[in-house]
Design a protein around this ligand. Structure first.
Ligand code: CO
Length: 134
């Protein structure tokens, strides 16, 4: 059901220094910051030959990543995103298998303007999983 690894998301407290780290120290291709008010984050995509890295920084007062950064003040891996062909079919299969889909189970439009869902980390080895329909 799942396809390619679309991205690994890393939550950061200092977006400018994280951009500089990936651009200058690691020599990667770093995109422009995009504000995603519906998701409470500013995102920066870093394009690698085989996948992407998504830097996440809190946007607004009650960002969903604020609690994560309080627990992980130096930042950390926040989620991984797998591609699926049909997000509704994937959701129905997962729910039937007993997995919990966050946020009521309806896909939202993600940072790539495509439908996304998040799966409960306790059902997936402690890893928050994003599914993106491609
Ligand atoms: Co993501």
């Amino acid at each position: 059901m799942i396809g390619r690894l679309n991205h690994v998301a890393i939550a950061v407290t200092d977006l400018e220094s994280a951009i500089a780290l990936y651009r200058d120290t690691l020599g990667a291709t770093v995109g422009a910051p995009q504000d995603e008010p519906d998701h409470g984050v500013t995102v920066v995509f870093i394009t690698l030959p085989n996948t992407k890295i998504e830097l996440l920084h809190p946007l607004g007062g009650n960002s969903p990543i604020s609690g994560f950064l309080e627990k992980n003040p130096s930042g950390g891996i926040h989620h991984i995103c797998y591609e699926v062909d049909d997000i509704i079919a994937a959701r129905d299969h997962l729910v039937a298998s007993g997995a919990r889909v966050l946020g009521g189970g309806e896909p939202k439009i993600g940072a790539h303007k495509k439908p996304v869902l998040f799966l409960h980390p306790k059902d997936f080895n402690g890893t928050l999983i994003e599914l993106e329909q491609v």
